[in-house]
Design a protein around this ligand. Structure first.
Ligand SMILES: [Zn+2]
Length: 188
């Protein structure tokens, strides 16, 4: 697969640059960042990366097909128990998932019929060339002592995603790791 690296910093090269640079890490197609924190029974996973990893476009959806693509992607993300698979004996279940993207807006990312869909909150109107997505998942594990790792199935679900940079904090300490389609298991 073609690996295209795009750094958005260049598009903010006027007065907007400073605030852009301070709130965003480099925007790179094919790469997502993952922060994983295990504390007691709770596991928090935060994913952030270019929208291009998860969709075929990075602008505000303009057609019904694009709106459907966003809803389908959000549904795949909400099924986070399939994206992040813990050892069965740790008895983990997804508690909460939130999705955020300045470009897409909350109404398309929320489950159909949920309160957020009535909020009429729309994505930024600006003509952006690039955008990011943040996903935060919280799991509760009833037998956390059996929690020794997680299999990350993001790559097969989102084929544009090629690499994940991981920072994790677990009872075993802090660790950095890198995941790819060929190496998608984190152990601690
Ligand atoms: Zn981009």
């Amino acid at each position: 697969m073609n690996k295209i690296l795009v750094f958005c910093a260049v598009i903010g090269s006027f007065w907007g640059f400073e605030s852009f640079a301070s709130t965003h890490e480099a925007h790179e197609h094919g790469l997502a960042r993952m922060d994983l924190v295990v504390e007691g029974k709770e596991v928090e996973i935060e994913i952030s990366g270019a929208l291009d990893n998860f969709l075929s476009f990075e602008h505000k959806p303009e057609t019904d097909a694009q709106r459907k693509e966003v809803r389908d992607m959000a549904a795949l993300m909400r099924n986070a128990g399939a994206l992040f698979v813990f050892p069965a004996e740790a008895r983990c279940r997804l508690e909460k998932l939130s999705l955020d993207s300045e470009i897409l807006g909350k109404d398309l990312l929320a489950p159909e019929g949920s309160k957020q869909r009535d909020a009429h909150e729309h994505g930024r109107e600006a003509h952006e060339d690039h955008g990011d997505l943040d996903a935060d998942a919280s799991f509760i594990c009833l037998s956390p002592e059996k929690l020794t790792g997680v299999t990350v199935n993001m790559f097969s679900v989102f084929p544009n995603l090629r690499r994940m940079e991981v920072r994790m904090v677990t009872p075993k300490g802090q660790k950095a790791a890198e995941l790819s389609p060929e190496a998608n298991i984190l152990r601690w």
